[in-house]
Design a protein around this ligand. Structure first.
Ligand code: HEC
Ligand code: HEC
Length: 363
């Protein structure tokens, strides 16, 4: 036997060793995978919030986030629904505050630098999104006057009117939330190893997760919407989750835009600290029929802690989410809906691989 032959025979007989090398990703796949990092991202500052990077405001914002006295009945804090130990959400299908909510509580991790907030994009800044639950009768049921009274001893937050003080409170809350970043994950280590050509480090990433990732950036076309380091393009889409709610429909983005445009706290309004300079998107966004039933593309980081899923909490598990994409009911996508989505008809193996991949996006 020649030595070359022995080596070839050994290679053929050791598929496990071969697997440990990892999948052979194409240059295009490598580019797609690379675009999901590096993590964490350096977010652009929110110019509409002069308090965003102010250490005193961050400290105050943190205190206010845990303060139930801001709510109408004195018992509900932001942290009642956005619980730090549960990736800053509550694990419920739909939120419960002063009334039954209709939507699933979003996490407030990784929000710095995003453009739209809320499942319906009803807010165009982190501070405006922080103000909404204070005034919402179903969540905290408070008022500008009550909030202003609570912070009257804080010179940093004093405004010319109760409304201006309320905006400052929201800006301090946003300053704190902008510091909340989810930890690095096994996926991030793999992505970085692949980017620097470090095969031994890349090979530590489970093979099933590699196959799931290949499906995610390939046939699944998941990365089209779940794009970038946050696994969200920050925009809205209709994936055919039914939007009927008790007494009507949840129109999602279509209704959210009207809320946004009517709000005195949007980036074109008097409370934006940059005089509307950072409001290009808000100025140009238009209401369109296709936005009916569109919801914000959620991040896929930290999913292990954030069940149940979807805007209405209707998917109990990630397996249920994948079944939704696998069996997709195209009738449910409205006529001018997302052409990107097709029923994926996932095999059991493909489902297991995608689950293995999604699992590596949690710390
Ligand atoms: C009763 C539960 C509840 C309370 C209390 C609550 N929230 Fe929320 N939060 C939610 C729900 C539900 C959503 C999704 C809102 C929607 O789209 O309708 C949300 C969404 C958000 C978002 C948008 C996140 C994103 O990804 O777009 C931010 C920011 C936020 N909340 C901050 C706060 C702050 C700050 C407070 C305290 C002032 C607070 N929340 C109090 C339940 C709550
Ligand atoms: C057309 C854009 C689009 C594509 C393509 C897409 N998604 Fe989504 N995804 C969304 C939107 C929008 C939601 C929220 C829908 C809702 O709640 O009504 C969502 C929700 C999810 C959720 C639930 C997250 C949560 O916190 O509630 C998971 C998990 C998910 N998608 C994974 C995937 C996977 C895996 C693929 C590929 C097989 C994929 N998505 C393809 C837009 C998309």
């Amino acid at each position: 036997m020649t030595r070359a032959w022995v080596r070839a025979a050994l290679l053929a007989a050791t598929p496990l060793w071969a697997c440990a090398q990892g999948l052979d990703f194409s240059p295009a796949e490598r580019r797609s995978i690379g675009a999901h990092g590096p993590w964490p991202v350096v977010a652009a500052p929110d110019t509409s919030n002069r308090l965003e990077r102010d250490p005193a405001a961050i400290t105050l914002g943190r205190r206010l986030f845990f303060d139930p006295a801001l709510s109408g009945n004195g018992q509900i804090a932001c942290a009642s629904c956005h619980r730090p130990a549960q990736a800053f959400q509550d694990g419920r299908s739909t939120a419960i505050g002063l009334g039954p909510g209709v939507r699933n509580t979003q996490s407030v991790l990784d929000l710095a630098g995003q453009r739209w907030f809320g499942w319906d994009g009803g807010s165009d800044s982190l501070w405006a999104a922080s103000l909404r639950p204070l005034l919402n009768p179903a969540e905290m049921g408070s008022s500008a006057a009550q909030v202003a009274a609570r912070v009257r001893h804080e010179p940093l937050l004093a405004g010319a009117s109760d409304e201006a003080t309320l905006a400052n409170v929201a800006k301090a809350l946003a300053a704190y939330q902008a510091t909340l970043v989810s930890p690095r994950t096994a996926f991030d280590d793999f992505r970085d190893a692949l980017a620097r050509g470090d095969a031994p480090a890349a090979a530590r990433y489970p093979l099933a997760a590699q196959r799931g990732l290949q499906l995610f950036v390939g046939r699944g076309r998941c990365g089209f919407c779940h794009a970038g380091p946050r696994f969200s393009n920050g925009e809205f889409a209709d994936i055919g989750v039914p939007f009927f709610v008790a007494g009507g429909v949840d129109a999602g983005r279509h209704a959210g835009l009207r809320v946004l445009q009517a709000s005195p706290f949007n980036r074109l309004g008097p409370h934006a600290d940059d005089g509307g300079a950072g409001a290009v998107a808000t100025r140009h966004v238009r209401q369109e029929h296709r936005q009916f039933g569109e919801f914000k593309v959620p991040t896929l980081r930290g999913l292990r802690q954030t069940a149940p899923y979807f805007h209405d909490g209707s998917a109990a598990t990630l397996a249920a989410v994948l079944r939704h994409y696998s069996d997709l009911n195209e009738e449910r996508l409205h006529a001018d809906g997302e052409r990107i989505l097709v029923p994926l008809k996932l095999s059991a193996q493909e489902t297991a691989d995608l689950l293995a991949f999604l699992d590596t996006l949690s710390p």
